[in-house]
Design a protein around this ligand. Structure first.
Ligand code: CMC
Length: 392
């Protein structure tokens, strides 16, 4: 009943109240629980940021230590999960594996699927999800490489342990430089939440039916996969590589965009209309990483040139299109040695705390209702049924 209007892409519809993340798109401001993203990226660990997002406060040292212990306890996968992995073709996409395995993982933790959730149980579910996604991601990488799985090392921090599982070999242990660990930490913190984006709204939508946190997070992975959302970090590198391999002039690429023959990946945002603060931090991180590693990447040079041209062009200025988080994140992931088809998996690892925070906020909302949008029907009126023998 009442007056219903269509709002394509929900650009003008608030689906909920939320106290987790604040964005001012005009001013380029992003805060988690009130804390500026710039400060968190500089001073916090990813584990602290995860606790902040989910429980609302910067955690005390003892609480972080306890949670780190829980993360360590949850690093290993149940042996039964190996059979799930073996069922995937070795060329299967890691995002498909990740979403399926997160859901499967819930089956091994029935105590965490209960409809009675509280802080302590959610902390355990968070430790399980945050640890298992790293192990699943590294496992799927090793599988596609035909290499033996490296077991997690309980003595390592969250980021170091992930890098170890990805890149250590039986005969050679990977010891990442500090700058690599810092870049990964920043990448994860910057991706940890972004209010009602497509995947988070999906998690809330699924959670609104009362679905458990594993099923809801698994649905978030599926929503993130698309090239207009988390898949953009991969699409940016493919685009830059094409420009590089074809020897194209970035100016001709911008001209194609203006002719509407091309969409510049890593540009534009539904909310940020001046700049994306995450892109600023990552551009800086890129420079630091390449300087300290003493390496260069021709794709970074092309990216900078493209950005410089686009940022002075009327087409981009009129539409207020600026580089977004994905414009530089792929270049960082390449420098860390992450293969292209795992870029969106990396985004997922970062976004898990945000998805859980939103799932829990919704779970505790006394006004929670199942999400059930309306529609305006545009199909045909009542029709006479035609038996199959009489159809032309
Ligand atoms: N390149 C060229 N033109 C663009 C771009 C772009 N990347 N993005 C938007 N436009 C134009 C679009 O053609 C339209 O022009 P006009 O008004 O003349 O028809 C105008 O800008 C508004 O675009 P829109 O598609 O209505 O904007 P939206 O808010 O629906 O889409 C977006 C936002 C992020 C999906 C879009 O900007 C885009 O496709 N960007 C490229 C993909 C990308 O980088 N995605 C990552 C987003 S940030 C991380 C995340 O959310 O995961």
């Amino acid at each position: 009943t009442g007056y219903i209007t269509v709002d394509p892409g929900f650009g003008n519809t608030a689906a909920c109240n939320s106290a987790i993340t604040f964005i001012d798109g005009e001013e380029g401001i992003l805060r988690y629980r009130g804390y500026p993203i710039e400060e968190l990226a500089e001073k916090s660990s990813f584990v602290e940021v995860a606790m902040l997002l989910i429980f609302g406060q910067l955690p005390a040292k003892a609480d972080v230590e306890r949670f780190r212990g829980m993360l360590t306890d949850e690093q290993l996968l149940h042996e039964g999960m190996r059979y799930h992995f073996e069922g995937f073709p070795s060329h299967g996409h890691p995002m498909a594996m990740l979403s399926a395995m997160i859901n499967a993982c819930g089956c091994y933790h029935p105590e965490l699927l209960s409809s009675e959730m509280d802080d302590e149980r959610l902390l355990r579910a968070t430790a399980t999800l945050m640890s298992k996604v790293c192990t699943i991601a590294a496992f799927s990488y090793k599988m596609t490489k035909g290499q033996r799985m490296e077991y997690p090392d309980p003595s390592l921090s969250y980021c170091r342990n992930f890098l170890h599982m990805m890149f250590s070999m039986p005969h050679r242990r990977y010891e990442p430089p500090l700058q690599v660990v810092r870049a990964l930490t920043k990448f994860l913190i910057l991706h940890a939440d972004h209010e009602q984006n497509c995947s988070t709204s999906t998690v809330r939508m699924v959670g609104s039916s009362g679905a458990n946190v594993f099923a809801s997070v698994s649905s978030g992975v599926c929503a993130l996969w698309g090239p207009l959302h988390g898949g953009a970090n991969m699409a940016v590198i493919e685009m830059l590589q094409q420009i590089h391999d074809g020897g194209d002039d970035p100016r001709s690429v911008v001209a194609k965009v203006k002719d509407r023959k091309f969409r510049l990946m890593g540009f534009g945002h539904r909310v940020y209309k001046n700049f994306d603060p995450r892109a600023k931090i990552l551009e800086q991180t890129c420079s630091e990483l390449f300087d300290t590693l003493g390496v260069s990447d021709p794709l970074l040079d092309i990216a900078r040139e493209l950005a410089a041209i686009a940022l002075t062009d009327d087409y981009f200025l009129e539409r207020r299109l600026y580089p977004n988080v994905d414009f530089y994140s792929g270049i960082i992931l390449r420098a860390l040695g992450i293969p292209l088809n795992m870029f969106t998996v990396m985004f997922s690892i970062g976004r898990v705390p945000g998805w859980i925070a939103h799932w829990y906020e919704l779970y505790r909302d006394p006004d929670r209702r199942i999400c059930r949008p309306r529609q305006i029907y545009t199909g045909s009126g009542k029709r006479e049924y035609v038996p199959i023998a009489s159809r032309g």
